[in-house]
Design a protein around this ligand. Sequence first.
Ligand code: MN
Ligand code: MN
Length: 468
Amino acid sequence: MAQDKEKSAGKLLEEQLVWKFPHIGKEAPQQVDEAASFCEGYKDFLNEGKTERECVLAAVRMLEAAGYRPLETDKKYQPGDKVYQVNRHKSLLATTFGEEPLERGVRINGAHIDSPRLDLKPCPLYEKSEIAYFKTHYYGGIRKYQWGTVPLAIHGVVVKKDGEAVELCIGEKEGDPVFCVTDLLPHLAAKQNERKLGEGLKGEELNIVVGSLPFADEEIKEPVKLLVLKLLHDRYGMTEGDFYRAEIELVPAQKAVDVGLDRSLVGAYGQDDRVCAYTALRAEIETEHPRYTTVTVLTDKEEIGSEGNTGMNAAYLKHYIEDLAETAGVRARDVFRNSLCLSSDVNAAYDPTFADVFEGNNSSYINKGCVLTKYTGARGKSGANDASAETMARVIGIMEQEGVYWQAGELGAVDQGGGGTIAKYVAQLDIDVVDLGVPILSMHAPFELASKLDVYNTYKAFRAFYKI
Ligand code: MN
Ligand code: MN
C-alpha cells in the first residue's frame, strides 16, 4: 500500500466547501447487489401492472397479503394498524397509523400508475384492403414515431350490456399473438423522411393491425372485420357495440429486462411512474410503526394533467384524509396544514448523446441516487409547485439522516421544454410538497431505462420518509 500523501490546504478546503453528488457504484459498491436483488421484485411488478387498473389489483394483492384491510370510517384505529381504499379501480390509498396524533399531520407519498400508451377509440374496428385495424387515440405525451413496428399487447376492460366486466389481456403470455402499427419501408419513405420528426407517424396513422383472414362467406362485405369480431366474441362474449362500454389500451408487449453487460439498468415500458409506485408501496408495506401516519397514494391520469375523478386534481385524497381525521376525532384542516408530501415522480436523466437540452450542473444523472426536483413547470416555472427552502431542508435532512444517496435536478435546460407532476394539486390542499423520484433515460418511450441503484435509493428515501 502506498502511503497516504498529506492533503494540501486547498484540497482540505475543497473537501469542506465544494458539493458533489457521487456515483453510488464508486462510493458504495456493496449496494450494487442489494439493488439488483431489490429490482427483481420491481421487474415482476412492471410485468404484472401495465395499466393503472392492473397496478391497483397488484397493489391490493400485496397490501392484503401484508395485513391491510379496507378503511372503515366508523372504526377507531391504533398506531401500527394498516388500511387501504381503492378509488374506482384506478387509484389507491394505503395507510399505516403512526405514533404521533393525527392533527400533527400525515406523511403522504404520491406516485402515479398511468403511463403513456395507445387507447382504442370508442369505435375502433375497421377493415381496409382486406386488413382489419383498430383506430387509436394516444394517451399522454408520446413521440409517435417511436410506436411504429413495436410489438404491442391489448389490455383493458369491457363492461357488457348485462353489467358483467370482462378483463382483456392478449399479448403477454408465452405464445400469445401481439399487435402493431406498421411503418413504411426505407425504399418508399423518401417523402415521409421529409416530414418533421413530430409527424414521422401522425396520430391518425397509429392504426393497429388486428387481422387479415376473412370469415368465409361470399355474402359479407367486410369479412376480415367479421372474423376479428367472431374471435373476440368466442373469447370474451363481446360484440362491436361493447367497444362503447370499454377501456382498451395498447401497451408494449415487451417484458422488463436487465440492460447492459453489467446488468446495471432496468429496461421496460411504464417505468414512469411505476418505479415510484412500486418503491412507495414497498416502503408503505414494510413500515411497521411510523412516527406520523402514512398515506401512500397510487394515482391515475397524471399523464393527461391529473384530470378526472381518479386523478390528483380530484377530491379523493382530500376526502380520504377527512375520513382519517373523522376516525380520530380531529379537524381535517389541521391534518392538511401539518402534513408533508413527496410527489414521487421520475425526472429526465442527463443523456450525453443529447447533451444540448440539459444543463449539466442542474441535471440528474443515472447512478447518483433519487432526484429531488424543487420545481417543474415551463417558461419561468409556470405551472410549478416550487417547493420552499424549508420543505427542501426537511426532506434532505430525512434522507441524509438515513444515508440515502440523493441528487438534485431540473427537467432539462431553461426554455427547452418542461413538464408537471401531481405536486401542485397536493399543494392546493395546504400541504408542503416536493418532487422526488428516479432519473429515467428515454422517458415516455416504449422502452425506458432506470438505474437499479437509483431505484433502490428511491426506496430507501421512502423508507426514511416514513420513519423520521
Ligand atoms: Mn410521471
Ligand atoms: Mn410522464
